[in-house]
Write a protein that binds this ligand. Structure first.
Ligand code: C5P
Length: 230
């Protein structure tokens, strides 16, 4: 008998978040009574779909071991890497003895604390029978321009442009190979781009607009507002 397909959560959390201009990495800033990463992980645990959630943190990170959630039975800590893709690959390698190539992994930014169970379940339901997998994405409400310097050279056709969010859902084996083959390539800024480079075509699944990534100081009160509304 073959093992049932499992779902793994992967949370890259080894970034420093320079654009926040804060005294600590953005995942450790306060949000609604906890840190950003605790809010994100609580949401992922609440979804109740993951075999375990692997969190990739910097080896010099003094904050993670102090959080009670780092000892949670369903959370595994992995060493982070130089770039986001390196952190994700390191997390995948950490579960190599537990995960099968056909298991699904959902990679979710530590800095997206407003993720909902509805979106996670919708992504899974939409892609579970897909050959490649895909990502939550959003269309742009604004007209989009191609620019050189500060001059507009072109207006883009919005119907073909989507913003990539997370989670991004791919098969364990396929994602690991894609990230290994593209290691060190600076154009790999999300998991989908690693698969695209192999000639595959990940799907988009329309996500909720409140699944924002904490990037700038003003994003924290906005995230708190969304969390209260949800
Ligand atoms: O900086 P940015 O917001 O694009 O980072 C997205 C996610 O990737 C964050 O959760 C961040 O902690 C993570 N990351 C990582 N390892 C790096 C750089 C970023 O895990 N070397």
């Amino acid at each position: 008998m073959t093992d049932p397909i499992k779902f793994w959560g992967i949370v890259p959390a080894a970034g420093v978040g320079k654009r926040m201009q804060a005294n600590r990495p953005k995942q450790y800033l306060g949000l609604a009574g906890k840190t950003v990463i605790e809010q994100t992980l609580s949401r992922l645990l609440q979804a109740n779909v993951f075999e375990a959630i692997v969190v990739a943190v910097s080896e010099q990170d003094p904050y993670w071991p102090d959080l009670a959630i780092s000892q949670h039975a369903n959370i595994i800590t992995a060493p982070g890497g130089k770039e986001r893709a390196d952190s994700v690959l390191s997390a995948l390698k950490t579960i190599r003895d537990k995960a099968s190539d056909s298991d699904w992994v959902l990679v979710h930014d530590a800095a997206r604390p407003c993720i909902t169970t509805t979106d996670i379940q919708y992504l899974i339901d939409s892609l579970v029978n897909d050959d490649v997998g895909g990502i939550l994405a959003l269309s742009s409400p604004d007209t989009l321009k191609r620019v050189q310097g500060n001059c507009i050279t072109e207006t883009l056709d919005r119907s073909h442009i989507w913003r990539a969010l997370t989670p991004q859902m791919f098969r364990y084996g396929m994602l690991k190979i894609a990230l290994e083959e593209t290691e060190g390539n600076p154009s790999i800024t999300d998991e989908a781009s690693a698969l695209e480079l192999k000639g595959l075509q990940p799907k988009i699944v329309e996500g909720r607009p409140d699944n924002i990534k904490i990037t700038r100081p003003e994003d924290l009160p906005l995230a708190q507002f969304y969390m209260e509304q949800q």
